[in-house]
Design a protein around this ligand. Structure first.
Ligand code: 5GP
Length: 186
């Protein structure tokens, strides 16, 4: 059986990548989302083992030392990492696996796995992004300011990604990503 595609899927906080991802998972059963480890505290909507594996800083360091991550990075004061073994198992089984990760991790994966497909999700504007981030109301003001500053830095990395997809509408963006994936698999 052919191996699945590894997809680096990046977009700044509030861009709507989670919403697009849910649509992709619903519409294409061959797509899987890799579950990352993080040291950030869970939000109300988080589910252990589904949205993330929530680990302590010590456990996170242990996994780094065991060489258990394909990539890992710090984002706004918390650590995030992609467990490598479950990812490879899914790819071997033929699933297309999306890594919903920030730019530092994205760059690490592009280097280690040059055959990956990299997709960067862009907002219609920075004003719209701030509106969405505030509308989410899951973060305090300090976090929103940190995430907006980081979003501006992250936009600089768009040029390193093979594809840019504008999220003017989540259904349309999902359609575009499914076409990209189809084309890449041909
Ligand atoms: P959040 O705290 O909003 O869930 O995620 C913050 C940022 O970390 C998002 O850009 C998200 O895509 C990214 N992220 C989530 N998991 C990983 C991971 O395993 N590695 C890296 N490098 N970034 C991740």
């Amino acid at each position: 059986m052919a191996k699945g595609k590894l997809v680096v899927y990046t977009g700044c906080s509030g861009v709507g990548k989670g919403t697009i991802m849910k649509k992709l998972l619903k519409r294409n059963p061959n797509i899987k989302l890799s579950v990352s480890c993080t040291t950030r505290p869970p939000r109300d909507e988080d589910i252990e083992g589904v949205t993330y594996y929530f680990v302590t800083k010590d456990r996170f360091k242990e996994i780094i030392n065991e060489d258990g991550f394909l990539e890992h990075a710090e984002f706004c004061g918390n650590m995030y990492g992609t467990p490598e073994k479950p990812l490879n198992d899914l790819l071997e089984k033929g699933f297309d696996v999306f890594l919903e990760i920030e730019v530092d991790g994205g760059m690490q994966v592009m280097k280690k796995r040059p055959d990956c497909v990299s997709i960067f999700i862009t907002p219609p504007s920075m004003e719209e992004l701030e509106k969405r981030l505030r509308g989410r109301a899951t973060e305090d003001e300090e976090t929103i300011i940190k995430r907006m500053a980081r979003a501006k830095e992250e936009m600089e990395f768009e040029k390193f990604y093979k594809y840019s997809v504008l999220n003017d509408n989540a259904d349309r963006a999902a359609d575009e990503i499914l076409s990209i994936l189809k084309e890449e698999k041909e």
